[in-house]
Design a protein around this ligand. Structure first.
Ligand SMILES: [Zn+2]
Length: 312
């Protein structure tokens, strides 16, 4: 049986300085405050803060080798840079186990473009997670399109938070219309995109014959899946777009099974997928790691931690 590495392409690792002094930083950024405030009743989902070492320990426990660190949609340029500095430091410490996506807010204009240039030199491999709702731009905003230009210039894949247009309400639900995305994707065949949270449902719409072949450089992750959809949705997406463009992402350390576990954990989701998503061994290998490594051009390293694909 061939071995491979499991990569979680969608995690958020904040500088400990920020979550240890949450009040101070929440006061600087109200979107951050609203999305990460602990629920008053102690129920429901919440961010379970971990530093890089704690995150890697959770990954070890779940048999996950690599973490895609996604940035955050800061509305304060100082916090954007501080978060990027923390991720850059972590990338230096654990280069084989991490892949960094820089925090960028397109609305910072020139400052965002300068930050892309700075972070590209610091070893980041991508841009994101961009948050249109959190930052107040749409998929047609000129400042967003400028960031895409810059991403293509530096050959950086872009991960975008996509909100589902239909579903229950929750804090931070992103209602930015997804409708402009297919045209944008057609116009920029060289742009590599990860559309997070199953692209808010776009896999269905990419089956439109007018878009046939246009989505080759578009991947989807299924971060926060247990909070949004039945686990069978993973199989459903594979039915629509095939197994090669779907990526395991979790949104770790966000609590995905808040009724079952109220601390940072990766094992529950990995086991849920293994037991209930109905993936063949080949699909498991692609979705859980190989697709991401291929898409990001990551070298397979650290073979001592390679993970068996067999269920046994
Ligand atoms: Zn997201």
């Amino acid at each position: 049986m061939k071995n491979f590495q499991i990569w979680d392409c969608h995690t958020h690792l904040f500088p400990p300085e920020i979550y240890h002094n949450w009040d101070k930083y929440a006061a600087r950024d109200s979107t951050f405050a609203n999305l990460t405030r602990k629920p008053a009743n102690g129920k429901g989902t919440e961010e379970a803060w971990v530093d890089i070492e704690e995150a890697l320990a959770c990954a070890d426990e779940a048999g996950v080798w690599g973490l895609g660190m996604q940035g955050w949609y800061w509305n304060d340029p100082g916090l954007m840079r501080m978060h990027n500095d923390y991720m850059a430091e972590s990338l230096k410490k654990y280069p084989h186990r991490l892949c960094g996506f820089m925090s960028i807010n397109p609305r910072f204009g020139e400052e965002a473009l300068k930050e892309i240039e700075r972070c590209a030199k610091l070893g980041f491999s991508g841009i994101g997670e961009l948050g249109p709702g959190g930052n107040g731009f749409t998929f047609e905003s000129p400042e967003f399109l400028q960031v895409l230009d810059s991403a293509q210039l530096y050959d950086l894949p872009v991960c975008i938070h996509c909100g589902e247009p239909v579903g229950h309400m929750y804090p931070g639900r992103d209602m930015t219309p997804l409708a402009p995305l297919p045209e944008l994707i057609k116009q920029r065949p060289g742009l590599k995109l990860i559309l997070a949270h199953m692209g808010g449902g776009l896999p269905f719409y990419e089956m439109n014959p007018k878009y046939r072949g246009a989505f080759g450089n578009v991947c989807y992750d299924f971060a926060t899946n247990p909070l949004l959809y039945d686990i069978r949705s993973i199989r459903a997406v594979i039915h629509m777009i095939g197994p090669e463009r779907l990526l395991f992402g979790s949104d770790f350390p966000l609590l995905l099974y808040p009724g079952k576990c109220r601390e940072a954990d990766m094992t529950l989701f990995v086991e849920d997928i293994r037991e209930h998503a109905g993936l063949s061994p080949e699909e498991w290998r692609l979705v859980m790691g190989e697709n991401f490594c291929r898409f990001m051009g990551l070298k397979e390293t650290g073979s001592q931690h390679m993970t068996e694909i067999s269920k046994a």
